[in-house]
Structures are given as structure tokens and as C-alpha cells.
Design a protein around this ligand. Structure first.
Ligand code: PLP
Length: 398
């Protein structure tokens, strides 16, 4: 038999899968494990949004729509971006697709030719690196250590640029770090991108989840020279608890990007479901109270998780400012034996913590940060308490 695609055969299954598979198996076997791997809100989609989806089905909105989404939906995205972020994207520069994840993939193949470089600050959300590879590009990793609050500097960005560099991917607020770039920090990076004529793929899917009153600035709000190079990635999964509806969008500063993306999508996925678009339209145009309510609950959980983690001997974390993740630093545990296993990195820790401590957290080895594990606080306060009690016991027992 002939070989499969060389490019895509190299794509790695998510590095978090081993722990996740073991966690699910233990759960199925009736072992009382608790999990902190969730990448999605634990809330239900608000009723008025669900009703809009149901009504669309009853109204026979069950046919194909334009590939990039219905016009009312694209206009609603444009209006929401203006209201929330103060950025102007004409409705015909908006492309709706199957979740922010698929939009990102479509952006990569719209921008990249084989060998093009894409700068990716680490720690990064694991799908960026694989999507860049899947579309023939080369991820160029720039280290954003905890000592820099997990952020890269303009000088680091500049140093990583070569004539083959096409784009920067920035996730703000970040998964997995929860950190937020301030307006000034963004401006520094944007200036470098403009000077070197780079596209900026700005994934702002967590922008509604900022804490302590920290203001959020969209990359596209930094003036026309920056906006026209931006592709803003966003969606309703996180802000409206709609992960299963698969609705995301790309707002393209350059109309050509929207056109090529939508042409390619017209030959692959076509549009997303018409009824999902109706629900997304309601999310963006209907009452927004649930967004703030969820944000408030997440902030309470973050406060509790961060303060307790920092009281536990051997581990620590910096205070994330947004999203729903905490990076726990386990540097001090490296070289120690826990649960009968020598801890070399986060893969070792997460496996033994699951087997012996009965808690599943996500190893950040696959995110470019091998001394960290990620806790998601998209779980109940009771679960957070229980997980931390178990961590304390696990580390004490050694
Ligand atoms: C940073 C980031 N971008 C995009 C996504 C994908 O979101 P969607 O459900 O819209 O595909 C996720 C989901 O975990 C994410 O963390």
C-alpha cells in the first residue's frame, strides 16, 4: 500500500490523551477520581439560546446557508465586536465556521505555503502547533517563561523573525496560562508585526473572562495598520457555554483572507448547521447577563484555587488574570519520588497523581512547558476543594 500523507502522518494525537484515557477508564471502573482537564464551561447553554435553536428547527431552518454564515449572523458578529471591543470589521469580512478551532485551521491554510514560519509563544494551546504543521507551516516557538508572566517581549519576537516568517499567533487571554497582555504590551508586539509585515492571528476566545476589573484590549483595536493584518478568532463556546454547538468565527482585517477562507470552506465543510447559526445569533444579540454571571463564578473559583495552591508546600502558581486555567509550577518536585515514581517532568507527575492521588490534571509537556500542569477551574467549587485536599495528602504521603 502507498504511503499516507507525509505531512499529516506526523501529526501527534493530543498529548493529554494518555492521562485523559486513563482517567475515563478509572471512572468507568467506579474509582472515585476527580478531573481538572475540562476545556469547556461546566454551565448549561442559557435557555433563550437553546430555544432559538429549537425554534429554528421548527421553522424549517434546516437547509444550506451561505458558506461563511447567514448575513444577519455575520452582521451580529460585526456589531458585537464593535460593542465589546471597539473594533470595526465589516460584516463581509466575517467568516463563521465549525468552532474557533476550525476557523484557526482555515486561517492557517489560507495564509501558509509549505515552509512558512509561524511564531508561537510557549506555553501554547497544543492545537496551534499541529495545525501549523498540518498546513505545511513551521511553528517557531518563542519561550514565555513564568518569570515573564508567560508573555513574550517585542525583542524576543523580533529575534525570531526570518524572511520566511508569515504570522504570529497570540492567544489573549491565554490557554493554558490565563495571562492577559495589556494594551502597552500588545502595542509593542504589534509594532514589530507591522514593521515586518506579519499577519497576526489573534485568538481572543476568552475575552469575556477577565478578572479583577482588568481591561481587555483587542489586538485589532490598535489602529488601522494593525487591524488590517489581524485575523481575530473567536466564538461562542466559552462565553456562552456553547462548546457542543460548534460555532466560531474569524474576523479578517483583509477582505482577501475572508474570501480565500470562505472559498476553501465552500469545498470542504460548507456552512455550519442553520439551526446552530440561529442559536449563535441569539447568543450574540440576546440578553448578555449570563456572560457576566459565569465570569463572576469563575473568578471566585480562581481566587480559591490560587490561594490554596500557593499554601501547599512544593508547588506554586502565579495568579492568572483570565480564562479558566491555572498553571501549577512543579519544578521543586522534579527529581523527587512520589507514589513510587521518580518525577522527571509534568507527564510523570500527572500520571502518578492520577494513579495514586486520584486527580486528573493536564500535563503541559505538550504545551511547551514541561514543569507545569494545568488545572481547569471549569468545575464546581466542591470539586476544586476535593482536588486540593487530595493534592495536599498526595504530597504529604510522598
Ligand atoms: C485558545 C483556544 N482557542 C480555540 C479553542 C476552540 O474553541 P471552539 O470550541 O470554538 O472550537 C479553544 C478550546 O479549548 C481554546 O482554548
Amino acid at each position: 500500500m502507498k504511503e499516507l500523507s507525509k505531512i499529516n502522518s506526523r501529526v501527534q494525537a493530543s498529548s493529554t490523551l494518555a492521562v485523559d484515557a486513563r482517567y475515563k477508564q478509572m471512572k468507568a471502573d467506579g474509582i472515585p477520581v476527580v478531573g481538572f482537564g475540562a476545556g469547556e464551561p461546566d454551565f448549561d447553554t442559557p435557555d433563550h439560546i437553546k430555544q432559538a435553536g429549537i425554534q429554528a428547527i421548527l421553522d424549517n431552518q434546516t437547509r444550506y446557508t451561505p458558506t461563511a454564515g447567514t448575513t444577519p449572523l455575520r452582521k451580529a458578529v460585526s456589531a458585537r465586536l464593535k460593542e465589546d471591543l471597539g473594533v470595526e470589521f465589516p460584516w463581509d469580512c466575517i467568516v463563521v465556521s465549525s468552532g474557533a478551532k476550525h476557523c484557526l485551521y482555515a486561517v492557517m491554510y489560507t495564509l501558509l505555503d509549505p515552509g512558512d514560519g509561524v511564531i508561537l509563544p510557549a506555553p501554547y494551546w497544543v492545537s496551534y502547533a499541529e495545525q501549523i504543521r498540518m498546513t505545511g507551516g513551521v511553528p517557531v516557538i518563542v519561550d514565555a517563561p513564568e518569570s515573564q508572566n508567560f508573555k513574550i517581549s517585542p525583542a524576543q519576537l523580533e529575534a525570531a523573525i526570518t524572511p520566511r516568517t508569515k504570522a504570529l499567533v497570540l492567544n489573549n487571554p491565554s490557554n493554558p496560562t490565563g495571562m492577559i497582555y495589556s494594551r502597552e504590551e500588545l502595542q509593542g508586539l504589534a509594532d514589530v508585526c507591522v514593521r515586518h509585515d506579519l499577519y497576526i492571528i489573534s485568538d481572543e476566545i476568552y475575552y469575556t473572562l477577565c478578572y479583577d476589573g482588568k481591561p481587555f484590549t483587542s489586538m485589532a483595536a490598535l489602529g488601522e495598520e494593525v487591524r488590517k493584518r489581524c485575523i481575530l478568532i473567536n466564538g461562542v463556546s466559552k462565553a456562552y457555554a456553547m462548546t457542543g454547538w460548534r460555532c466560531g468565527y474569524a474576523a479578517c482585517g483583509d477582505k482577501r483572507v475572508a474570501t480565500v477562507m470562505s472559498n476553501c470552506l465552500s469545498h470542504s465543510t460548507g456552512s455550519i448547521g442553520a439551526m446552530n447559526q440561529a442559536a449563535m445569533l441569539e447568543a450574540l444579540t440576546g440578553p448578555q447577563d449570563s456572560v457576566e454571571e459565569m465570569r463572576r463564578v469563575f473568578q471566585e473559583r480562581r481566587d480559591y484555587l490560587v490561594s490554596r495552591l500557593n499554601q501547599i508546600e512544593g508547588v506554586s502558581c502565579i495568579r492568572p488574570e483570565g480564562a479558566f486555567y491555572v498553571m501549577m509550577n512543579l519544578e521543586k518536585l522534579v527529581g523527587r519520588t512520589l507514589g513510587g515514581r521518580v518525577i522527571r517532568d509534568a507527564d510523570d507527575f500527572s500520571m502518578v497523581f492520577l494513579e495514586k492521588g486520584l486527580v486528573a490534571v493536564v500535563s503541559c509537556c505538550g504545551f511547551g512547558a514541561p514543569n507545569f500542569v494545568r488545572w481547569s477551574y471549569a468545575v464546581s467549587m466542591d470539586t476544586i476543594r476535593e482536588g486540593l485536599d487530595r493534592l495536599e495528602r498526595f504530597l504529604k504521603e510522598g
